[in-house]
Design a protein around this ligand. Structure first.
Ligand SMILES: Cc1c2[nH]c(c1CCC(=O)O)Cc1[nH]c(c(CCC(=O)O)c1C)Cc1[nH]c(c(CCC(=O)O)c1C)Cc1[nH]c(c(C)c1CCC(=O)O)C2
Length: 366
């Protein structure tokens, strides 16, 4: 295990992100961006070509650490996120992940039959995914306590869609076929994934991740009953098995179901500390529903960053007004985009977004 004793780890200098997730008092609104390390940064593209390709970059400890830190050098972000991918887990299960230029992720093998599911090995994260743990501990040391490090995983449902389809999908034809024709098979797959994700996230926490986020990127593709049965249930199970205190500090858990804004009451029952929301949900309405039971994270449309700096600032001001409209406690909120930043965003506009959050939220912290 790559657990390093607390004594070797410097105290956190900026903990407002963790404090907001735990609904403790903060001095200003914390902010980070999903996919903050990525192709919109020229320095990312340079490091990726040095590594060869995206997967080699994920597997190269020093270069994965380098790209994690790149956005933090440019912007006043309140958190770092491990540079990796959600599909490392099915890759470790032997499905053979590869990326075809411009086509997104693909697997050499798909998982569609009972035999396919039975054949999936139980993973040991400190074996086949040790490169991720090495990245976590290296990044954690490199951060030197400047900001917290977020670890992450895909949700069982989201991972299952990639494994069953063999890559990205719009229709989820094969996964939904399995769901409606042979639900017991899909449950068997989700069950295996829930165990793998629990072990994977716990290994990241032991290696130094201070917050974890579960990306349920395709939860919103499910019908409302099926969302609870095939996605939320397994995330709830994972959360109940996570290490919640490490190095003497709470390790908050964020659940991000893209397209899940209508399920806030159900998501609260998952035991997550915070819910990530996409831009289709009003933060003001979400706060009324969530009251003070859970923190919220989000939710600017990432495409807002195509607008002018003035337009970005206006959108941030409106988002903050929504976030704090019925929130007199002035905590329990983390600013973010509603999904990952795209490769076509001008990096300066990402900077405008980050600065606008800190600057324009000042009126709420007088
Ligand atoms: C669905 C999903 C994946 N990966 C991820 C999700 C869930 C989040 C979401 O909903 O967007 C999660 C992810 N992927 C990546 C991160 C890094 C951390 C961060 O900065 O947020 C995180 C948190 C890096 C990446 N993951 C990927 C890239 C781009 C690859 C490159 O550099 O060419 C990055 C920076 C590749 C990837 N990996 C995946 C896709 C669909 C793609 C995109 C393919 C494309 O756009 O061409 C699977």
């Amino acid at each position: 295990m790559s657990d390093v004793s607390t004594a070797e780890k410097p105290a956190l200098k900026n903990d407002r992100f963790i404090r907001a997730l735990l609904r403790q008092p903060v001095d200003t609104t914390p902010v980070w961006m999903m996919r903050q390390a990525g192709r919109y940064l020229p320095e990312y593209k340079a490091t990726r070509s040095q590594a060869g390709d995206f997967l080699s970059l994920c597997k190269n400890t020093d270069l994965a650490c380098e790209v994690t830190l790149q956005p933090l050098r440019r912007f006043a972000l309140d958190a770092a996120i491990l540079f990796s991918d959600i599909l490392t887990v099915p890759d470790a299960m032997g499905l053979g992940l590869y990326f075809e230029e411009g086509e997104g992720p693909k697997f050499k093998k798909t998982v569609r039959t009972e035999a396919d599911i039975v054949a999936l090995p139980k993973i040991n994260p400190n074996d086949s995914l040790q490169y991720v743990m090495d990245a976590v501990s290296t990044i954690r040391s490199a951060l030197g306590g400047s900001v917290p490090l977020i670890g992450f995983s895909g949700s069982p449902w989201t991972l299952a869609t990639y494994m069953v389809e063999g890559g990205s999908s719009r229709e989820f034809r094969h996964t939904k076929e399995m769901l409606y024709r042979t639900p017991e098979l899909l449950h068997a797959l989700l069950e295996k994934l829930a165990v793998a994700v629990t072990d994977y996230l716990n290994a990241q926490i032991l290696a130094g991740a201070q917050v974890v986020q579960i990306f349920d990127s395709w939860g919103g593709a499910l019908a409302h009953r099926e969302y609870v049965e095939f996605s939320l249930k397994y995330m709830t199970k994972i959360i109940s098995g996570l290490i919640r205190v490490h190095e003497g500090r709470s390790v908050p858990v964020i659940v991000f179901t893209k397209g899940g804004g209508q399920w806030i009451p159900q998501m609260i029952d998952s035991g997550a500390d915070a819910l990530g929301l996409d831009w289709t949900t009003s933060l003001a309405d979400a706060r009324k529903i969530a009251a003070s039971r859970v923190a919220l994270q989000g939710n600017l449309d990432p495409n807002t960053l195509y607008g002018s700096p003035e337009q970005i600032r206006k959108s941030v001001a409106a988002m903050l007004a929504d976030a704090y409209a019925s929130n007199q406690e002035r905590t329990g909120y983390v600013a973010n985009l509603g999904h990952g930043i795209t490769q076509w965003v001008d990096p300066n506009h990402a900077g405008v977004f980050v600065d606008a959050v800190h600057e324009l939220s000042a009126i709420y912290f007088k």
